[in-house]
Design a protein around this ligand. Structure first.
Ligand code: HSE
Length: 453
C-alpha cells in the first residue's frame, strides 16, 4: 500500500514543527527553478526526514505562466509579479533563481523587508549587492543562504563556514566556472572551435543568460569574491578582483603549454599575504599532473589550504539544473531547521560574525607576484638566446627556454617560463618585446600556477 512520505513521517514524529511545512515562494522557474521543483518532489521523503518538516512550494513568479504551469502543476499559485511572492503572507522563504542584478535586488530586499528568509543561487546579485542585502538581512534577523551561487553541486560555502571553521585559511583556488572549463576541454580534447563549444554549453543549460559572463571570467570572479569573503572574513570585494577570461586564449598557447607539461585552466585564486589579498581570475598554466588539471568538462574543483586541516579539495558538477537544485534545497533544509533559533545563534552569512568582518586590502594587479609563461614569435629559432638575453637585461629570472615544436605550420615560437616576478615586471617585458625587432608578432603571456600544494 502506498504511504504518503510526508504524512507517515508526521504521524511517526509528531512535533509542532513537523506539523507545518516550510512554505516556499519561488521567483523564476528556468533551468534552476525547474530542477528545484523536480528534486523537491522526487525526494520529498528523504528531504522531510532530514529537515524534520515538509518543504512546499506555494507560489511561483514566472514570465511565461503557461510554461510554468506545465512544470508546477495546478496546486501551486502562479503570478507574473515577483513582488507578490516577496510579500506573500503564506511564504516563509523566498527562493530567488531568476538571475540578474537589477530587479532581483529589489525582490530580495522586499522579501527581507517582509521578514522572509531568502535562498538564492544568484552569484552576480550577491557579488554586486551582497553588502546591502546581507546588512538588511542582519537587521531583520532573517537568513540569506547561497550555496547554489558557488560551484553549484559542491557544498563549498558550508565547508568554509562550518567544516573548516577552526582554520586560518591561507588560500582558496579552483575552477569555478563550468562553462569555460567545458569549452577549454572541448577545444583541447575534441579540437572544437570556441564558438561551437560555447553553443554546446548553452544547449546543455550550463551558460549564463549572457554567456559573456562565463567566458570573460566575470561569473568566476563573482564566485571568487564570495569564497574570499567566507575564507578570510572580509567583505565581498568583487569590484577589486583582477578578471581575465578565455576569449583571447589561443589554441597555440594551449598546445605550447602542453609541450612544456602544463594544462591551461581558467582559475579563480584568493590568496592571503601579509600586506593584503590576491583576488584574481585568469587562464593559467597548471602542471599537467596537478589535481585541478584533472577537472574536465563542466566539472568544478576547489582547493582550500587551511593552517590546521592542510590541503582539502572539493570536486563536483559546476553547472546544471538539478546540480544547482541540490544546493538550493540544502539551503532550504537549513532554513527549515532554523525555526525557534535566534539570528545570533545561526551560522553567520559570511562565516564570520558581522562585527568581525575586516576590510583586507586587495593587492593591486601590478604588485601581484607569480611565475609566467611567455611565447615570443620570432623569424628564426636561433633567436632563443636573444630572448633570454633581453629578459636578463630586464632582470626577469628565467627557469626554462625552449623552441615550440607543437605546430610546425606556424612561424617559430620561443617559449619561456620565468621565475616569480611582479606583474609590473612582466608588463615591462611585454612592452620591450612589443617594440623589439626580433618579435615578429604579438607576445603571449599567461600565469604559471605551480605553487598550489
Ligand atoms: N554559468 C555558470 C557556470 C553556472 O558555467 O559555471 C553555474 O554557476
Amino acid at each position: 500500500m502506498y504511504r504518503d512520505p510526508v504524512q507517515s513521517f508526521q504521524s511517526e514524529h509528531p512535533s509542532p514543527a513537523s506539523l507545518r511545512p516550510l512554505r516556499v515562494g519561488m521567483i523564476g522557474i528556468g533551468t534552476v527553478g525547474a530542477g528545484t521543483f523536480r528534486v523537491l518532489r522526487r525526494n520529498q521523503g528523504e528531504i522531510l526526514a532530514r529537515a524534520g518538516r515538509g518543504i512546499e512550494i506555494v507560489i511561483v513568479a514566472a514570465r511565461n505562466l503557461g510554461r510554468a504551469a506545465e512544470i508546477v502543476g495546478e496546486r501551486v499559485e502562479l503570478t507574473d509579479d515577483p513582488l507578490r511572492v516577496a510579500s506573500h503572507p503564506d511564504v516563509d522563504v523566498v527562493v530567488e533563481v531568476a538571475g540578474g542584478t537589477g530587479p532581483a535586488r529589489d525582490w530580495v530586499l522586499a522579501a527581507i523587508a517582509h521578514g522572509k528568509h531568502v535562498v538564492t543561487a544568484n552569484k552576480a546579485l550577491l557579488a554586486v549587492h551582497g553588502a546591502e542585502i546581507l546588512e538588511a538581512a542582519h537587521q531583520q534577523g532573517v537568513a540569506v543562504a547561497y550555496e547554489g551561487a558557488v560551484a553549484v553541486s559542491i557544498p563549498i560555502v558550508k565547508a568554509l563556514r562550518e567544516g573548516l571553521a577552526a582554520n586560518r585559511i591561507e588560500w582558496v583556488a579552483g575552477i569555478i566556472n563550468g562553462t569555460s572549463n567545458f569549452i577549454l576541454s572541448k577545444m583541447r580534447d575534441e579540437a572544437l572551435d570556441f564558438e561551437t563549444a560555447l553553443a554546446e554549453a548553452q544547449a546543455l543549460g550550463y551558460a549564463e543568460a549572457d554567456p559573456a559572463f562565463d567566458v570573460e571570467g566575470t561569473d568566476a570572479a563573482h564566485k571568487l569574491a564570495l569564497l574570499a569573503a567566507n575564507a578570510f572574513g572580509m567583505p565581498i570585494r568583487f569590484a577589486d578582483a583582477q578578471v581575465e577570461g578565455i576569449t583571447s586564449l589561443s589554441r597555440l598557447d594551449v598546445a605550447c603549454a602542453g609541450q612544456l607539461g602544463f594544462s591551461v585552466k581558467l582559475l579563480g585564486i584568493a590568496r592571503r599575504h601579509a600586506h593584503g589579498v590576491e583576488l584574481r581570475v585568469q587562464p593559467a598554466l597548471l602542471p599537467a599532473t596537478h589535481m585541478l588539471a584533472q577537472v574536465h568538462g563542466s566539472m568544478n574543483g576547489v582547493m582550500v589550504k587551511g593552517d590546521a586541516a592542510g590541503l582539502t579539495m572539493y570536486y563536483g558538477a559546476g553547472a546544471g539544473s538539478e546540480q544547482t537544485a541540490s544546493a538550493v534545497i540544502a539551503d532550504l533544509v537549513d532554513v527549515a531547521r532554523l525555526d525557534g533559533t535566534l539570528a545570533a545563534q545561526r551560522v553567520p552569512h559570511l562565516g564570520f560574525q558581522a562585527h568581525a568582518v575586516r576590510d583586507l586590502p586587495v593587492i593591486r594587479r601590478t604588485d601581484v607576484r607569480g611565475a609566467y609563461y611567455l611565447r615570443v614569435p620570432v623569424s628564426d629559432v636561433d633567436q632563443a638566446d636573444a630572448v633570454e638575453a633581453l629578459l636578463a637585461t630586464l632582470q626577469v629570472p628565467v627557469r626554462r627556454v625552449e623552441v615550440a615544436t607543437v605546430q610546425p605550420d606556424v612561424c617559430a615560437q620561443i617559449l619561456v617560463l620565468t621565475d616569480v616576478v611582479k606583474q609590473s615586471d612582466m608588463d615591462r617585458v611585454v612592452q620591450a618585446l612589443h617594440t623589439h625587432p626580433m618579435a615578429t608578432g604579438p607576445v603571449a603571456t599567461l600565469r604559471v600556477e605551480d605553487w598550489m600544494a
